[in-house]
Design a binder for this molecule. Sequence first.
Ligand SMILES: Nc1nc2c(c(=O)[nH]1)N[C@H]1C(S)=C(S)[C@@H](COP(=O)(O)O)O[C@H]1N2
Ligand SMILES: [Mo]
Length: 318
Amino acid sequence: MLIRRRRGWELGENRATPEGLYLRRRELVSAMGLGAAAFALPVVASAQDKDPSARLYPAKRNDRYGVPTPMTDEKRATTYNNFYEFGTDKSIWRDAQKLEVRPWTIKVGGMVEKPFEIGIDDLLAKMPLEERVYRHRCVETWSMIVPWSGFAMRSLVELCKPTGSAKFVVMKTLSRPSVMREQRDLLYPWPYTEGLAMDEAMHDLTFIATGLYGKPIHKQNGAPLRLVAPWKYGFKNVKSIVSIDFTDKRPVSFWEKLQSSEYGFWANVNPQVPHPRWSQATEKPLGSDQRIPTLLYNGYAEFVAGLYTDRKAEKLFM
Ligand SMILES: Nc1nc2c(c(=O)[nH]1)N[C@H]1C(S)=C(S)[C@@H](COP(=O)(O)O)O[C@H]1N2
Ligand SMILES: [Mo]
């Protein structure tokens, strides 16, 4: 009886229980005098079940691209989200907790030496983890500054071994309409798809986030791995990736498919190029009442502007 009850906590509820409460429960168990030996092992196992990558964070910070301030509160960045698979408003964080992120397999294919699949924990073991504090600018004009952990996308591309003919990389989000309920709405071109040109993907600023605020990345923010290309509008940053394909044709991304007159492929931040329905000159940091000026390439021009000197004919800023 007792064991079944305890298992109940471990396997279900605990996953959604804030850490403090969880630890207090452990204290309660020992205070009840229920024998440390009987409980210690299962409780430890439960902590690992929760997320086997937890011990990898926090990772050492890399400040090569600056450390912008002020940092957005964790609570705000994790309770105000865009993740349309769970719903079209910003308050999907509770529903996103239903997403199971283990086991999690990433399929690599297209123009590569040899297609393969890799589990997220095997991938994490191969990648050089670090933390980077980046600006994030949503096309809707809200913004944030958060500490991502993860690895340069270049390390992942190198692992994939694309062939010389690959010009673009395409990444897709999981399809799981049982929990991603908005995927039942077939008016959207699911699964969420995004892409980068190869030189963008290989740029050292381009990041794959697997952690956030020194912990495994929150489900609502795209667990267990999502793209972070901080000089582009937020919609490029595809969440909960399950496939990576290399191709020689420019992919059409989710928002571009829905509304190509408003959302393009390059989507570089530029305060002087308005969205067809609103200005992009300023932005509202999450948690602030004051709008601030938006920066060209979201403040990363010195690093990435060179990627576009030979692409002037393209619609670079939508
Ligand atoms: N799969 C998926 N990825 C997505 C989105 C989405 O709806 N689905 N929204 C995008 C948009 S518009 C933004 S601004 C960012 C938001 O990331 P955040 O919730 O971690 O702040 O995720 C991007 N990635
Ligand atoms: Mo966005």
